[in-house]
Design a protein around this ligand. Structure first.
Ligand SMILES: [Zn+2]
Length: 111
């Protein structure tokens, strides 16, 4: 039988390990979340036939709109879908989960 101080020592040790693991999981979650946002953002600038294009490589027919231009139609549909699925599409909070209606997002969709 292990003595109480020994058991406490063991518990402390495993607690430390758990904390380290938790920190690692948190970092991973953060990385994945950022990756997710990036991918959603990218998806929005591609049509459903996005396979035609190399994501992330701006080409001559870059589907991104000119700063003052209109959003391309497939991109707009993707944005609308993303919004319906419960994510922000506004610049402020793009790709974050949306808990309620967002006026900025709706403004974008109405354009
Ligand atoms: Zn929003």
């Amino acid at each position: 039988m292990i003595s109480l101080p020994e058991r406490l020592g063991l518990m402390e040790k495993s607690l430390r390990l758990l904390q380290e693991e938790l920190g690692q999981v948190r970092r991973e979650a953060k990385t994945l979340e950022e990756e997710n946002r990036r991918l959603r953002r990218q998806l929005c600038w591609l049509g459903d036939d996005g396979s035609r294009r190399q994501p992330g490589l701006p080409g001559e027919d870059d589907p991104r709109p000119a700063p003052d231009g209109d959003i391309a139609r497939p991109a707009r549909e993707n944005l609308a879908r993303l919004y319906q699925e419960g994510f922000h599409i506004c610049h402020q909070l793009f790709g974050r989960e949306r808990e309620e209606e967002c006026l900025f997002c709706q403004g974008l969709l109405r354009k």
